[in-house]
Design a binder for this molecule. Structure first.
Ligand SMILES: Cc1ncc(C[n+]2csc(CCOP(=O)(O)OP(=O)(O)O)c2C)c(N)n1
Length: 791
């Protein structure tokens, strides 16, 4: 194998060592100093911040690897992205950007001189300043690393369809104990060396977590090696703290890993398509936690142990010995050699920086909106379901989304992917397989279908991988959708929250370019997992997204296929949002023509005149509202019943597709005006609201609207089992019969026939119970319900 990265020269070593010392100095300075940034006078208590925050332990190791990857970039011109699993090492990455000059580009007041350096130190982990992690404010970051576990997941997501990118991902040994991280080594089984980039994992075994050792650092070395060889990696080990020896050994290891990566890529790109999964390299790096920091504090060993995790000298303001030790520690980096009289980093330090656009803090791959190409989509109207007579035919609506995505795959061969935990077909999205296989670099057998190395449909049975891959795919500029069972969307719910926070913060940074939205389809919903049982029944993600910041949180509940097409088209074209689409995959009535659907979805909520008694212009006696496909069906069926049995009733039916329209405009940008709200829901009539999710959500949404107490909400109340579809709504007291009874109990006037209708509903519920136990399916009038077929 040809060496691409030559051996480290003495002058390079001097530069790298100076850069590393400067970075370590900046880390310690950020944690401790609020004055005297370059120790031009003896360190005194008043130079020390009152609150000592930040994480020292991981930082020197991060900076060490960073410096060497910068050298790789200098030699090869390789596009590199740096992902920091232990994101609490924020100061090291912020420091790297400062030394590279990109920090000043993003934040012009943080200049590379004495005044700027002081501001730089003071702002860290401080009010009005920056967070402690590798957060959105850090140039070069697409990964905060606050919630540990996603480093490798994001690394793989960043390189799919990004053939020129190498993402170096530091994995903390504590982080490596998390479930998501453990599952993410499998990324290479889905990585195609022809049209994807490469990931170089660096497992950083610094030995400690917050308060204890890590499993992998205490395992026998051969077990660690076998573990990762078993995952399909070539394991390159580097260990020590001897200087400069470890610089040479790490440079050699990195050079070897890079040469191997290029060899794999060139063989695949120049010659035959890959046969089987390549054995990609990874580095296992063993250096002490808190390397170069205080060795022993108050007689206790700190360096190389978990005690170095945060702030190793905590009493510096009051304890003279600690203050002295801190000064010695800071001076050990010889700042006078690293910064000139003006506080500017000297050339020796700067020579270790790659050119700015190639630097890892300046790469556009970390500001993916700069690279985003618009998604080429067909006119979704061409896929319309003809609705000549409402709700007479039933259709699996999500099939239409599959068709839309099939066209997206066709038109965007390197700019769109579907991510799904083994359920593409189950969720009726299988049309994508007409144009793309599932990605698969492992063995393919005759029994397999739509599986191969050139496939671009991402199916891995890990919601964490799917979610995180899509996050990084969008953060580096491409588009996609994560489709999952509704209940199991909760597996990755924390990622949904974290990504939302990222988008929310990014919106405040003018230098962060817009990125494609994170689109989530939850299908196989709570209501129609009657066959799978209680474990599969849970609309939790809806509640999670509802609680997200209004800047980025969007929730859509299309009631039929044409609405789904309209909503999906909007979501795919949008930027900077978390778009949650909730719709089941089972055959369902089709309510609206395409023109009606577009109008309805554009408004977000509207009166369905044909479902109520709107020809009568008088105020309704009661409003029935619904959001969600199954709840729409129950509401329309209930309204039919009411209209048939109470000829005098004045009934309004409202359907809500964009849930956030219910909020007040001051609470959400989609919130409808007071006027529109009153027009739909009146100011004082009771509203019987059938909702897909937990009932409390609607109360949360309409908070502050006129007389909000008049909303009576039916929804999922955690009643479930393996049963019939209709029994699900009955158990949760949200069936058409329950809705009718709610109407009877809450309308302002009592109409002729009300008592009889109440008794009818009660008897139907009793009949339902007996019927399903005897026949093992729903009553025919429910099962075969059609609009206008009589009740
Ligand atoms: C999911 C999650 N659980 C717990 C924490 C709290 N936490 C912060 S740092 C840390 C230890 C991390 O150890 P490691 O990944 O080895 O990083 P390093 O030793 O390099 O600091 C923990 C448990 C977290 N940030 N995320």
């Amino acid at each position: 194998m040809a060496a691409i990265l030559p051996a480290l020269t003495e002058s390079e070593l001097d530069g790298i060592d100076a850069w590393w010392r400067a970075n370590n100095y900046l880390t310690v300075g950020q944690i401790y100093l609020m004055a005297n940034p370059l120790l031009r006078e003896p360190l005194a208590p008043e130079h020390i911040k009152p609150r000592l925050l930040g994480h020292w332990g991981t930082s020197p190791g991060l900076a060490f690897v960073y410096a060497h990857v910068s050298r790789l970039i200098q030699h090869t011109g390789q596009d590199c992205l740096f992902i920091t699993g232990p994101g609490h090492g924020g100061p090291a990455l912020v420091g790297a950007s400062y030394l590279e000059g990109t920090y000043t580009d993003a934040f012009p007041h943080i200049t590379r001189d004495n005044e700027g350096l002081l501001r730089f130190f003071r702002q860290f982990s401080a009010p009005g300043g920056i967070p402690s992690h590798v957060s959105v404010t850090t140039p070069g970051s697409i990964h905060e690393g606050g919630e540990l576990g996603y480093a490798l997941i994001h690394a793989f997501g960043s390189v799919f369809d990004n053939p020129d990118l190498l993402t170096v991902a530091i994995v903390g040994d504590g982080e490596a104990e998390t479930g998501p991280l453990e599952g993410s080594w499998k990324g290479i089984s889905f990585l195609n060396p022809v049209h994807d980039g490469a990931v170089l994992p660096v497992l950083h075994l610094n030995g400690g977590k917050i308060a204890a050792p890590t499993v992998l650092s205490r395992k026998p070395r051969d077990e660690v090696r076998s573990l990762f060889e078993g995952h399909g990696y070539e394991v390159i080990e580097v260990e020590g703290d001897d200087l400069p020896g470890i610089h040479h050994r790490f440079a050699e290891a990195l050079g070897h890993a890079y040469a191997r990566i290029r060899e794999i890529q060139q063989a695949a790109r120049d010659g035959e398509p890959p046969q089987g999964r390549p054995t990609w390299p990874m580095i296992v790096l063993r250096t002490p936690k808190g390397w170069t920091g205080p060795d022993v504090v108050d007689g206790t060993q700190v360096e190389g142990t978990w005690r170095a995790h945060q702030v190793p000298l905590s009493g510096v303001k009051t304890n003279e010995a600690h203050l002295k030790q801190l000064e010695e520690w800071l001076r050990s980096y010889r700042p006078e050699e690293l910064f000139d009289d003006n506080g500017h980093p000297v050339d020796l330090v700067l020579q270790a920086n790659p050119d700015k656009p190639k630097s890892m803090s300046g790469t556009p791959h970390a500001n993916g909106g700069l690279l985003t190409r618009p998604l080429d989509l067909p006119d979704f109207r061409d896929l319309a379901v003809p609705v000549e007579q409402r709700a007479t035919e039933r259709l699996e609506s999500t099939r239409k989304l599959g068709e839309l995505m099939r066209e997206a795959y066709r038109r965007n061969p390197d700019n769109f992917r579907l991510f799904c935990p083994d359920e593409t077909n189950s969720n009726r999205l299988g049309a994508v397989f007409e144009v793309s296989d599932r990605t698969w670099l492992e063995e393919v057998l005759d029994v397999d279908v739509a599986l191969g190395p050139d496939g671009r449909v991402m199916e891995v049975l890990s919601e964490h991988n799917c979610h995180g891959w899509l996050e990084a795919y969008t953060l580096t500029g491409r588009h996609g959708l994560f489709a999952t069972y509704e209940a199991f969307a909760m597996v990755s719910a924390s990622q949904t929250i974290q990504h939302g926070k990222w988008l929310q913060e990014a919106a405040n940074l003018p230098w962060r370019a817009d990125v494609p939205s994170l689109n989530i389809l939850v299908s196989s919903t709570a209501w129609r997992n009657d066959h799978n049982g209680f474990s599969h029944q849970g609309p939790g993600l809806l509640q999670v997204v509802l609680n997200g910041g209004p800047e980025h949180s969007r929730i859509y509940l299309p009631p039929d296929a044409n609405c789904l097409l309209s909503v999906a088209d909007h979501c795919f074209r949008s930027f900077n949002y978390v778009n949650l689409i909730v719709q089941d995959k089972q055959p369902q009535p089709q309510w609206l023509t395409m023109d009606e659907a577009i109008e309805h979805c554009t408004r977000g909520a509207s009166i369905w005149e044909w479902a109520g008694t709107e020809e009568d212009s008088a105020e309704p006696d009661v409003v029935m509202a619904c959001a969600g496909d199954i709840m729409t069906l129950e509401t329309i069926a209930a309204a039919e019943l009411i209209k048939a049995k109470l000829p005098d009733i004045r009934l309004r039916v409202v359907n809500v597709v964009d849930l956030m329209t219910l909020k007040r405009p001051k609470d959400h940008p989609h919130g409808m005006s007071e006027l529109d709200f009153s027009e739909l829901f009146t100011d004082n009539r009771d509203v019987i609201f059938a909702f897909h999710g937990y009932p409390g959500a609607i109360h949360q949404l309409v908070h502050g609207r006129p007389d909000a107490d008049r909303f009576r909400v039916r929804g999922f109340i955690e009643q479930g089992t393996t049963t019939t579809p209709f029994d699900m709504v009955v158990r949760n007291r949200a069936s058409r019969y329950h809705l009718v009874m709610d109407v009877l109990n809450n309308m302002k006037v009592t109409r002729r026939g009300s008592g009889a209708l109440m008794r009818f509903c009660q008897s139907q519920l009793a009949r339902h119970h007996d019927y399903i136990v005897e026949h093992l399916e729903d009553m025919p009038e429910v099962r075969d319900w059609k609009l206008g077929a009589g009740v």
